[in-house]
Ligand binder design. Structure first.
Ligand code: THU
Length: 139
């Protein structure tokens, strides 16, 4: 992926931190999901007093896109930190990896973990979810 696009995804993910709703953990996460259509779907984490109803930033982005008819994706960028201060890489939780497995090719879908535009790591979904169970298992 071109550096310009990586920069755009990192900027978009960081700009989502201000919308993150985290009265319980104060751990703010932003995500920017790139569709194969070239559009970017942004998401933040949205917590809930019933804790388990919390939605991660990654799933917010996926569900926004899927709810608009978009089901093919190239990459997602994730940023996160306590109080929205970015010092370490934030990797997607297991539930979010499983949602990615539903819509993304594990060999090619890129997961970009970023702290800023100079500090980021890129993984494939297969690297973060080896032996994943997905739609093809039900063929
Ligand atoms: N969280 C995300 O939004 N994405 C991740 O990749 C890890 C965790 C959120 C959920 C919860 O609001 C907070 O971070 C602390 O777990």
């Amino acid at each position: 992926m071109e550096k310009d696009m990586i920069n755009q995804l990192i900027d978009t993910a960081i700009s989502q931190l201000k919308y993150s709703y985290t009265p319980y953990s104060n751990f703010k996460v932003g995500a920017a999901l790139l569709g194969k259509n070239g559009r970017i779907y942004a998401g933040c984490n949205i917590e809930n007093a019933g804790y388990t109803a919390t939605n991660c930033a990654e799933r917010t982005a996926f569900f926004k896109a899927v709810s608009e008819g978009v089901r093919e994706f190239q990459a997602i960028c994730v940023v996160g930190g306590k109080e929205g201060i970015l010092t370490e890489y934030t990797a997607p939780c297991g539930v979010c990896r499983q949602v990615m497995m539903e819509f993304c090719d594990p060999d090619t879908f890129q997961i970009i973990l970023a702290v800023d535009k100079e500090h980021y790591q890129v993984y494939t979904l297969k690297e973060l979810l080896p032996l994943g169970f997905g739609p093809s298992n039900l063929d």
